[in-house]
Design a protein around this ligand. Structure first.
Ligand code: A3P
Length: 310
């Protein structure tokens, strides 16, 4: 599937089992699928734009016992290897690649090089996850965000991210999203799949909206899930340091270090609004009715419930 980006660049997405993925991911698919998880791995799992960066920063703050300086050691994208991420070599780094840095841009290689216990990240659905994560009964931390806010956030992200196809108009994107024709596939299948697995594996299933409403309560759940003991004062500090306002100003989380040719934050900020219910500023009444109807059909039989506004 080829889609033209704003720069006029052709972004040729590829598919695995009907799910659109970035071409470099698909080109490295057998290596990704054969990735060997370890029993003490913790995997952060999300659908794109569900609050991945937010939960990563929370998890890292817990891991570092609330030490802000330690969390500043590197940008968030480098702290938790993104297992399906692969990036083809850029012309300027071909020379470096010849210097045996052959796998530098592969998430699986970064994960392999990481000492245990590892904290890793994925956007993959349950269906596409490397099987060794299930076989090793790893811990999974899943964050779900309501579909309408995810759609809005993804739309603005595709506008500013030149590695992804141009989303077109909001009306066009509405169709693209409900048909699951976005990178990492259908929101409905992703959320349903992880929800259905949650009682069979060690999955802590959280909601973006709950973290927003009562961060301390949800952070306590993560602390417990990670098997840590933590003073209330440290938890309070983590709540403060992982607020939207703090993370928007933090160069280690706000993607300001990413080149404008990849993410143009003059089009839309990576830390855009960080709210629940922004969908109301985008959906028309007709779109909302249609979406609700589609949602009912696609999510039929699931017990999951989302908060749509705070
Ligand atoms: P919006 O575009 O709605 O603002 P991801 O990290 O999965 O790409 O998700 C990005 C979304 O999470 C963006 O949503 C971003 O603003 C929001 N986000 C990031 N950090 C946040 C925080 N500390 N509190 C609330 N929302 C946050």
């Amino acid at each position: 599937m080829a889609l033209t980006s704003e720069l006029g660049k052709q972004i040729k997405l590829k598919e695995v089992e009907g799910t659109l993925l970035q071409p470099a991911t698909v080109d490295n698919w057998s290596e990704i699928q054969s990735f060997e998880a370890k029993p003490d791995d913790l995997l952060i799992c999300t659908y794109p734009k569900a609050g991945t960066t937010w939960i990563q920063e929370i998890v890292d703050m817990i891991e570092q016992n609330g030490d802000v300086e330690k969390c500043q050691r590197t940008i968030i994208q480098h702290r938790h290897p993104f297992i399906e991420w692969a990036r083809p070599p850029q012309p300027s780094v071909l020379v470096l690649r010849r210097c045996f840095l052959l796998n530098y841009f592969k998430g699986v290689e970064k994960a392999k090089a990481m000492p245990s216990p590892r904290i890793l990240k994925t956007h993959l659905s349950t269906q596409l996850l490397p099987p060794s994560f299930w076989e090793n009964n790893c811990k999974f931390l899943y964050v779900a965000r309501n579909a309408k806010d995810c759609m809005v956030s993804y739309y603005h992200f595709q506008r500013m991210n030149h590695m992804l196809p141009d989303p077109g108009t909001w009306e066009e994107y509405f169709e693209t999203f409900i048909n699951g024709k976005v990178v990492w596939g259908s929101w409905f299948d992703h959320v349903k799949g992880w929800w259905e697995m949650k009682d069979r594996y060690q999955i802590l299933f959280l909601f973006y909206e709950d973290i927003k409403r009562d961060p301390k309560h949800e952070i306590r759940k993560v602390v417990q899930f990670m098997g840590k003991n933590m003073d209330e004062t440290v938890i309070d500090k983590i709540v403060q340091e992982t607020s939207f306002e703090k993370m928007k100003e933090n160069p280690m989380t706000n993607r300001s270090t990413v080149s404008k040719s990849i993410m143009d934050q003059s089009i839309s900020s990576f830390m855009r609004k960080g709210t629940v219910g922004d969908w109301k500023n985008h959906f028309t009444v007709a779109q909302n009715e249609r979406f609700d109807e589609i949602y009912r059909k696609k999510m039929e039989g699931t017990s999951i419930n989302f908060c749509m506004e705070l």
